[in-house]
Structures are given as structure tokens and as C-alpha cells.
Design a protein around this ligand. Structure first.
Ligand SMILES: NC(=O)c1ccc[n+]([C@@H]2O[C@H](COP(=O)([O-])OP(=O)(O)OC[C@H]3O[C@@H](n4cnc5c(N)ncnc54)[C@H](OP(=O)(O)O)[C@@H]3O)[C@@H](O)[C@H]2O)c1
Length: 248
């Protein structure tokens, strides 16, 4: 696989309104890509557009809807897709969950990975294209206070692995990668999880964060995704403040 040239590429980034997705959209535009940014909330996307200018196109849509995946892949034929949208899990012990809350990340994060990755292979995207799916460090470590989140994120990683194997087998040349970020208070979703784990440990969030080392921020996630897109071999990576670490 030759080094991927991001300049001039069309990239779709879901969850581009804030958090990691916004960090990835910013990094990709900075590297010369045209980014189609997807989220449900128009105001946050407008804010991103005002920052990034003409190389950012906002699309207000539900990324977990199969119709969104099909329409945007068919319309833009992207060289890169980054699936950074994800539902914020209801934080609470198992007995505090309902099946509705427990299954939410399956209905959003897993549904999104399934719909986009499946259509990327079926279409298929051009050889050399890459799909990056956001899993989580929780897929390895578990997350007892966030219901079905860790299991859903583990399934996102499995879907990416299966698709990478199918791409290899069919000679499609499509890279499918999962990334597993560490927990961080630097995004809305992460801050809620940090607050819950800090409360369960009987400490304040700052003390909890300080006990876990350097904090991962969206700018580092954007930079890490650029590194991964340029890497010759890609499959699954842990993402921490020190950069991406390839998993076996
Ligand atoms: N932050 C962490 O500590 C952490 C750790 C490991 C993994 N992750 C994963 O990293 C990804 C990004 O998380 P984040 O912390 O950046 O979250 P965030 O700050 O809550 O941002 C999530 C983004 O996704 C969008 N979104 C949510 N549901 C959507 C849907 N159905 N369709 C389209 N857009 C949707 C949100 O916008 P709208 O609500 O306007 O749609 C927002 O732009 C998620 O998959 C998350 O599970 C996060």
C-alpha cells in the first residue's frame, strides 16, 4: 500500500459537530481534504463550518440511519470515512439501566458501523480508501457504569476486523480500521463518564483525571487519524495522549 495522499481527497466525518469528530474534521481540512461533516445538530456544524471555511460541507443527518450512509457514500464517493459519531451512554450501574438505555449504543454506534462499512464494501469504495470506526478503550477494559457501551464498542471493532478481512479476500484494497481512544474529560461524552466514575470512587473529577495521566484532547485525535491514514499497515489502534499504538 503506498502512502495515502490526503490533499484533494473527499472525506466524510460523522460526529463532526464537536468532540473527537470535530478534531478529526479540523485535522483533515488542515491536511488539504474536503470534509463532509455529519451530525444531527445544525448549530454546532455551522460553527465548525465558520471555523473551517469552504473545504467543510455540513450535512444534518442521523449517521445511524442506513439511508444516510448509502446516500452520502453514493453522492460523494469518499476516499476516507471516519465514523466518530456515537451516543452518550446513560451512566449508571446495571440495576439502574433499562433495556432501552442499555441498548442505545447498539442502536447508534453499532448500527452506524454496520451500515457504513457494509455499504463501503458493497459499493465498493475505490482501492486505497480507508474507513476508520471509533471503538473505545472500554472495548478492552469494560465499562461497568455505562450499560451496553463497552460491548457495543467491542462489536464496532469486530465489524471493522471482519470487513478488513473481506476486503483483503475480495482484493478490494479498502482499509478498515478501528480506533480505541482512552477516556478523556475533554469532550461532552467523556466528561459525563469521568464524572460518574469519579463519583463512584468518591473523588472529584479533577482528582480522578489526575490519577490517570496525560489527558487526550480532540486535536491529538485528529493528528492520530492523519498518522493512521498515512500508515502502511492499519487494523486497530489504542489512542492516548502519546499518540496511536497499534494493537496486535
Ligand atoms: N470521549 C471519550 O472519552 C471517548 C473515549 C472512547 C471512545 N469515544 C468515542 O469517540 C466517539 C466520539 O466521542 P466524543 O467524546 O467526541 O463525543 P461527543 O463530544 O458527545 O460528540 C459526539 C458527536 O457525534 C454526533 N452524533 C451523536 N449521535 C449522532 C447520530 N445518531 N448521527 C449523527 N451524529 C451524531 C454529535 O452531534 P449531534 O448530537 O448534534 O448529532 C456530536 O457531534 C464516540 O464514538 C465515542 O464513543 C469517546
Amino acid at each position: 500500500m503506498t502512502k495515502f495522499d490526503i490533499a484533494g481527497t473527499t472525506a466524510i466525518v460523522t460526529g463532526a459537530g464537536r468532540g473527537f469528530g470535530r478534531g478529526v474534521a479540523t485535522a483533515l481540512v488542515g491536511a488539504g481534504a474536503h470534509v463532509i461533516g455529519v451530525a444531527r445538530g445544525g448549530a454546532q456544524l455551522d460553527d465548525v463550518g465558520a471555523q473551517l471555511g469552504a473545504r467543510f460541507t455540513a450535512v444534518c443527518a442521523d449517521a445511524a440511519d442506513t439511508a444516510t450512509a448509502i446516500e452520502l457514500i453514493d453522492r460523494y464517493r469518499p476516499g476516507v470515512i471516519v465514523l466518530a459519531a456515537g451516543a452518550a451512554p446513560r451512566m449508571g450501574r446495571l440495576v439502574e439501566q433499562t433495556w432501552e438505555s442499555f441498548s442505545e449504543n447498539w442502536n447508534v454506534d453499532v448500527a452506524q458501523a454496520f451500515a457504513w462499512i457494509r455499504h463501503a464494501l458493497q459499493r465498493p469504495l475505490a482501492p486505497g480508501s480507508t474507513v476508520v470506526a471509533f471503538s473505545s478503550g472500554a472495548a478492552v477494559n469494560g465499562s461497568p457504569l455505562s450499560g451496553g457501551y463497552a460491548g457495543a464498542k467491542s462489536t464496532v471493532r469486530f465489524i471493522a476486523d471482519y470487513a478488513a478481512g473481506e476486503s483483503d479476500q475480495a482484493g478490494l484494497g479498502i482499509n478498515v480500521v478501528s480506533v480505541l481512544p482512552q477516556l478523556t474529560p475533554a469532550t461532552d461524552l467523556g466528561a459525563a463518564a469521568v464524572a460518574a466514575y469519579a463519583a463512584a470512587a468518591g473523588v472529584n473529577p479533577d482528582t480522578f483525571v489526575a490519577s490517570r495521566g496525560a489527558v487526550l484532547v480532540p486535536e491529538q485525535v485528529g493528528k492520530a487519524i492523519l498518522e493512521i491514514l498515512a500508515a502502511p499497515q492499519r487494523r486497530a489502534y489504542l489512542l492516548g495522549a502519546e499518540g496511536p499504538t497499534q494493537l496486535p
